[in-house]
Design a protein around this ligand. Structure first.
Ligand code: URA
Length: 204
């Protein structure tokens, strides 16, 4: 049986697409190997790329707060990304995030499949459109899936998918009112994922 440590070490040398050329390194998932909840983001950002850990920048801090408000701590969940290298465009000293394309998402999907197979979470949360597309396919739309638990099979894993917005969509929302509304929506969807976890594990 492959372990997360073995997978992470293999992924550290990944050259399945070109993103490894400019990124500092692979940012693999982290969290308990027996987590019941797995959260999948888009790709590491600038801070994550430098620190080599997922969700440790501004979006990660917001996600930590939203998880706590949903009744689960970050330490109980396994956090990863659909794409494990930071894709960016250099603009002076700044590295501006660029969304991964379908080829990059598909090249990285093997790692996501393996993480699901090893962790075997009851519920996987897609944080935004890229994560949803990686898990469901290119027809995925956040608006069509969000907050509603749906059965999902990815490779040998099967379980429940709950989709929601990406935490950076909350940070990008213009004005405090729409930011609050976006945050409340994120928390409501995460609560739905936590409920689905409890139902799956028989704790209701
Ligand atoms: N955004 C993501 O999708 N993932 C991270 O790890 C950080 C920011």
């Amino acid at each position: 049986m492959t372990t997360l440590r073995e997978l992470a070490s293999e992924a550290a040398g990944c050259t399945r697409c070109d993103l490894y050329r400019n990124a500092t390194g692979t940012v693999f998932g982290e969290g308990p190997g027996e987590a019941e909840l797995m959260l999948v983001g888009e790709q590491p950002g600038d801070v994550e790329d430098r620190q080599g850990r997922p969700f440790v920048g501004p979006a990660g801090r917001l996600l930590d707060r939203a998880l706590a408000d949903s009744g689960i701590s970050r330490r109980q969940a396994y956090l990863t990304n659909a794409v494990k290298h930071f894709k960016f465009q250099q603009s002076g000293k700044r590295r501006l995030h660029k969304p991964p394309n379908r080829t990059e998402i598909m090249a990285c999907r093997t790692w996501l499949e393996s993480e699901l197979d090893v962790v075997r979470p009851a519920v996987v949360v897609a944080l935004g459109a890229t994560a949803g597309a990686a898990l469901v396919g290119p027809a995925f739309r956040v608006a069509a899936y969000r907050g509603m638990p749906a059965d999902l099979e990815v490779g040998p894993w099967h379980g429940v998918l709950v989709a929601t917005i990406h935490p950076s969509a909350v940070l990008r929302a213009s004005g405090p009112d729409s930011r609050d509304r976006a945050y409340e929506g994120l928390v409501a969807d995460l609560r739905s994922a936590v409920r689905a976890c409890r139902i799956r594990s028989g704790a209701s």
